[in-house]
Design a protein around this ligand. Sequence first.
Ligand code: CO8
Length: 267
Amino acid sequence: MKRMTEEERDEILLYEKRGSVATLTLNRQKALNALNTALLKALRAALADADADAVIRVIVITGVGDRAFCAGADIIELLEKSPIEARDWSLWVQEITSYMERLRKPILAKINGFCLGGGLELAMACDFRIASDKSMFGQPEVNLALIPGGGGTQRLTRLIGKTKALELLMTGAQIGAAEALRLTLVNKVVPADVLDAAVDELIEALLTKSTVTLGILKLAVNKGIEMSLEQALYYEAECFGSALATEDGQEGLKAFLGKRKAEFKGK
Ligand code: CO8
């Protein structure tokens, strides 16, 4: 497969690193940031870069402009796919979202408008969803006589429960930010003009923690939720042991006992 140059990636995905934070901005404003294959490839490459960059401790995904986080998969591209191509594409997209859940750094979705179909699937694979009060959410695939293929049938059900998930999936209805908050589909809803500040506040809180511990926590939740309770509790105990053995784990305990502020190194 031909590798994408940085210039090609930049056109469709803006990738900015500032201090410890990498921001990935979907940049297809005219198509309401719909996800085509080129954008998904750029996203996967930028995520891998942020994952490998030791300086980066938090990742933010957002959409350019003030109308959409992302209006879903690119419908023009979907029409061209055979059933087998569509299945393989769905598996490939699912691998990207699963990678986001394995990646040991917090990923925040900054949602600034429509968050539909594949856009909601992308947001649901993030660890936090902070939304402006103008945002709209839904899985409208059924209106196209399709179903979600980027994890939507499973992650929506896990996040909000079967009753409301089936309702959203089978009606294709869009819900506003207040309803999304009520359903715990999002963490926080704020007026659009303070969305950046709300995201920054969360980032600041996360940066006071040990990055290595956040990574262990993320895996304990994301892997544990797929196990039986017995297996998940055992896995939690293993993770607890790992956290305690890190330099930061030792530092946290010593700092508390020494009545001083802990200095975490992410190790
Ligand atoms: N794909 C391609 N183009 C799109 C998409 C899309 N998903 N959504 C909007 N656009 C384009 C429109 O075609 C239009 O382009 P143009 O100006 O050239 O005509 C432009 O964006 C602006 O859109 P509208 O004129 O429709 O704007 P409105 O304000 O009238 O409506 C809506 C906004 C409600 C968001 C409307 O655009 C809409 O319903 N969009 C489609 C939403 C949708 O059905 N999404 C699901 C797509 S299928 C899917 O996601 C399956 C996921 C499978 C796997 C996961 C992949 C990641």
